[in-house]
Design a protein around this ligand. Structure first.
Ligand code: AGP
Length: 613
């Protein structure tokens, strides 16, 4: 939701912090700010808008050189995205600066108490309250780490707090609850950040922080305790990708780079986990075979694009294992009093591993006695850390806010799990397993083919970029693809778009069809039992004036006379088609946003990881 960076060491703190914020700006970009400790003072600067605004301000009015600094890019929760509400927030005497990611749910009562004590607050944020509480606390417990531990015990909600104090150069302290924070351990220098991309250029040695923990970093030490001050064991790991992977690599947009990386992302997610006989090996899957054999219900829970990958996986899991699967929006799941038992498996899908709705849903599931399997793209993030087991997708860092390669690799990881389940429970589908394995193995090349034929999409975007609304139709696994195509268009082109189950059109939505309305239709393979039905649906909307953009496999001529535009897909079985049909829709939404002049990588109002409920 916000980007957070802390640094202490021999380098220019401002340079390290600004560079880190640049890599984290995708997490939130309403405003940005920094604070450095120099000459016994805190020097702070903050500006509304993108990081570039802050950089310009500092260039025209430089900050003191310093070895200790913190920085923040904001996605506004409390208070408008303006200079005053930008982080850092300082105590009244300017001795303490705080940056924050999350929501402090009891901030109003804390604020009222402070006002009653004569404190004057400058902003509308919940964060500023912490700066004043810390200024009070250090009068009682002068040690900054102790003061933060005390203050944290009075807060409720989700927070990552990072703090510096003018009398403590070479010290940055931080605390986390329900919000991401990772330590980068360097040589004679140490880092704090929302995710490793902020410091990957300096060190790949990272330390996960757990729930309700406080960390104190100096150039040569990292001390981690719980909120009561008890030392805790930490998990140190090496980040497997390098800084280049988090760069644009010659592309104009992270989204275009990540769309192009999909063949490799799918191949990397398959690597070492399936052989051409169809045998799946998930050796590091921490779910024992007895449990897997006794599962009698699977509930998949996720948000946004991750939710759509769950909708697709439902078809494959039920088809291959005959286990009933429910797919639930994470923000709804725990409020519907779901039926969970020790033989239920909850699958939490999350690219970032920090989405609060999904995190809270999986925590609820575990409290109810269900086991949780995470499908995640971010090593060491909160959701896999708190799950019983995890299958990592190997898509590499996904920087663009609109999720693309993570989506395809989530589908692949879920298919691998479904095959593994079937294998373990003996519902393996004989010959089909090797056919599926061969089809999965062919997907990287087939995705490449789709990428090669995507030029036509730009022309379609230019032709229909003034449309007021665009509909997407699909059946079976094509229906979640239609939902995903619509979501991409909403979040990138800021326009109304809606995905429908094509068979549902006649029950109301067909009233939306009017002359010139663009309608995308995902047509299954010719041999699919639903093929002819959806061709009829194309005729129904075409007869009412729709402009039809049809995605259909090579050689399917049956749709030609009803299509204004055709996007061809390599042949593949129905269950594999989402891995191909999604790609032109990703490119289309990217092109539409570009034609409209919007910021593709950082769309308005959005953030890459939504770490508030
Ligand atoms: C997808 O393009 C969106 N950025 C959003 O819907 C995203 O998929 C959702 O917020 C879930 O994020 P996660 O996978 O990191 O949990």
């Amino acid at each position: 939701m916000c980007g957070i960076v802390g640094y202490v060491g021999p380098q220019q703190a401002l340079d390290v912090v600004i560079e880190g914020l640049r890599r984290l700006e995708y997490r939130g970009y309403d405003s940005a700010g920094v604070a450095v400790v120099a000459g016994g003072e805190i020097n702070s600067r903050k500006k509304a808008g993108k990081l570039a605004n802050l950089e310009a301000d500092i260039a025209s009015n430089p900050l003191e050189r310093s070895s200790t600094g913190i920085g923040h890019t904001r996605w506004a929760t409390h208070g408008a995205p303006n200079d005053v509400n930008a982080h850092p927030h300082l105590s009244e005497d300017g001795s303490i600066a705080v940056i924050h990611n999350g929501i402090i749910e009891n901030f109003a009562s804390l604020r009222d108490k402070l006002i009653g004590e004569g404190v004057s607050l400058r902003s509308q944020t919940d964060t500023e309250v912490v700066a004043h509480l810390l200024a009070k606390q250090v009068l009682v417990t002068p040690n900054l780490g102790d003061a933060l531990r005390e203050v944290c015990q009075s807060l409720t909600g989700a927070f990552t707090l990072v703090v510096v104090q003018k009398d403590n150069p070479d010290l940055v302290v931080a605390a986390r609850r329900n919000s991401p924070l990772v330590v980068g351990r360097g040589q004679g220098e140490n880092f704090l950040a929302s995710d490793v991309s902020a410091f990957i250029a300096h060190t790949r040695n990272a330390i996960e922080l757990g729930q309700d923990q406080v960390v104190e970093i100096t150039p040569n030490s990292v001390k981690v305790t719980d909120f009561q001050g008890n030392p805790v064991d930490v998990v140190e790991y090496e980040v497997t990708w390098d800084a280049a992977a988090a760069e644009k690599g010659g592309y104009d947009l992270f989204m275009l780079k990540e769309i192009a990386e999909q063949p490799k992302a799918v191949a990397d997610t398959l690597l070492g986990r399936i052989d051409l006989s169809g045998k799946v090996s998930l050796d590091d899957l921490a779910l024992d075979k007895k449990f897997l054999k006794n599962i009698d219900k699977i509930i998949i829970t996720a948000c946004g694009t991750a939710y759509h990958s769950g909708l697709i996986a439902k078809y494959a899991i039920e088809h291959w294992t005959r286990i009933p699967v429910e797919v639930e929006l994470a923000s709804e799941f725990r409020y519907r009093d779901p039926i969970l038992t020790p033989t239920s498996l909850v699958v939490a899908i999350s690219q970032s591993g920090e989405t609060m709705d999904t995190l809270m849903a999986m925590r609820y599931a575990r409290e109810q006695g269900a086991k949780v399997l995470a499908i995640c793209n971010t090593n060491g993030s909160t959701i896999p850390r708190e799950s019983d087991a995890v299958i990592y997708t190997h898509a590499g860092p996904e920087i663009a806010v609109a999720s693309t390669k993570a989506f395809l690799t989530q589908i692949v990881a879920l298919y691998l799990f479904a095959m593994y389940l079937a294998q373990t429970r003996g519902t393996g589908f004989g010959e089909a397993a090797s056919e599926i394995a061969l089809e999965l193995a062919s997907m990287p090349n087939k995705i490449d083919l789709v990428l090669d034929t995507a030029q036509g999409v730009k022309k379609i975007a230019e032709e229909i970029h003034n449309a007021n609304s665009i509909l997407f139709l699909g059946r079976s696994v094509g229906f979640p693809v239609a939902l995903e195509g619509a979501l991409k268009l909403k979040e990138l082109a800021y326009m109304h778009a809606e995905g429908f189950a094509a068979g549902e059109l006649k029950h109301g939505p067909i009233a939306l069809i009017e002359d010139g309305l663009p309608v995308f239709v995902i047509v299954p393979p010719v041999e699919d039992e639903l093929h002819d039905k959806i061709v009829s649906n194309i005729q129904e909307v075409r007869a009412r004036g729709a402009k039809t953009i049809v995605l259909a496999e090579e050689g399917d001529e049956s749709i030609n006379e009803f299509a204004d535009h055709i996007m061809r897909l390599p042949k593949c079985p129905s269950l594999m088609q989402p891995l191909l049909a999604t790609v032109p829709l990703q490119i289309f939404s990217c092109e539409m946003a570009t034609v409209k002049g919007y910021d593709v990588d950082q769309p308005r109002n959005l953030a890459k990881s939504v770490t508030v409920e």
